[in-house]
Design a protein around this ligand. Sequence first.
Ligand code: HAM
Length: 425
Amino acid sequence: MSIKALKGFKDILPTEVHTWQRIEKVARDIFHRFEFSEIKVPILEKTKLFSRSIGEATDIVEKEMYTFTDRNGSSITMRPEGTASVLRAFIEHSLHALQPIQKLYTIGPMFRHERPQKGRLRQFHQISVEVLGTDLPRQDAELIAMAWLLLTELRLTVSLEINSLGCPACRPEFNQALIDFLASCEGPLCEDCQRRRQTNPLRVLDCKDENCQEQYKAAPSIIDHLCPACTDHFQAVQDGLTLLEIPYKSNSRMVRGLDYYTRTTFELVTDALGAQSAVGAGGRYDGLVGQLDGPKDMPGIGFAMGIERLVLLLEQQTETSEPQGIDIFVVSLGTAAADLAFKIVHTLRKSGVQATMDLAGRSMKNQMKQAGRNNARYTLIIGEDELTKGQLVLRDMQTREQEEIAFTDEITPWSKALAAKLLNK
Ligand code: HAM
């Protein structure tokens, strides 16, 4: 039996790769406008980087990481997300010394051993963005507006939900209120919630079980437990979003699957992808750099979008464009013409034109068919007649118009002139 890819690991085929490239291009272009720089970080990290940042009592760390012992006996993990690795690099290379506010993004594969389904993979790709060095609420609004702009420029429609998870001054009090509430719940809770109410009470609010959710309708709201500083911060974030005319919904039940968040959190959600509603998500993590032994008071905020989910949404919400065709297919008949075509094609390519030809000496009819399959804008026809006359035929494949162009023996300058003509059209 032939070997297949692992479950939850997907090939991205040439037919869809252009959509990926478009997403990345739009993202890079927008990040550039907002003064972000790209950083590339390794796929493998020491396991403790993730357990210390994402949190021991999270699903990701408890049951989803690809962790193994390497040949030196060290515990290694394939990154389940980008934030921890980017912050590790930020601290390791003292990037804060270069500039007080660092704006970084990274694009690449992440790994989580989840149950695969539509929009949920074990190897998936994130566009992951971080801003380090400021806790100003305007920064939160600006970053959310950037995420919104990215989706708008991709012509996608999603909803924005925001929340505040408080800070070390007010979160413990809310946690206690939640623990007390959970102890008073009379109906049975699902197994996950029973466990989480001891280990990570906040996460129960995210439970998908209907019976649990029914009981949590009466749960305390984090917004009512924020300290004055967090309340003001959250209000200022909302004011910023309103100023920029970004529509949002405040959702006090929104908790995140990673423990590092403080204050602002947000999710970009859709109901178009079944159970996988979040296309992107993020939030503030003001204590995280210190927790990873970096500078103590180094606030940060970021988000990540799942590229697979963006692709699915693009397929549903927009007419995905056909892959672009090539500029020119050079058709040749006979050995002399094929030699000439070979040289012309290479010169055109050197001049920036997407050119190709048939190397196998197939019939004229077959070559024309191939030009059609390649979606060529033009064909250049070099047959025996054309060679004798010194006039090659350039055919516009859409309009079917043909023009004869005089050919000289000076192949390189002639091809360069043709390249300039094609690039101008
Ligand atoms: P996250 O919510 O775990 O946050 O993931 C962000 C996005 O990655 C999700 O909204 C989703 O689009 C995509 N995603 C997550 N898991 C999968 C999966 N198994 N298959 C396909 N797509 C998936 C983070 O990872 C944080 N590091 C975001 C962040 C950056 N917060 C601050 N800075």
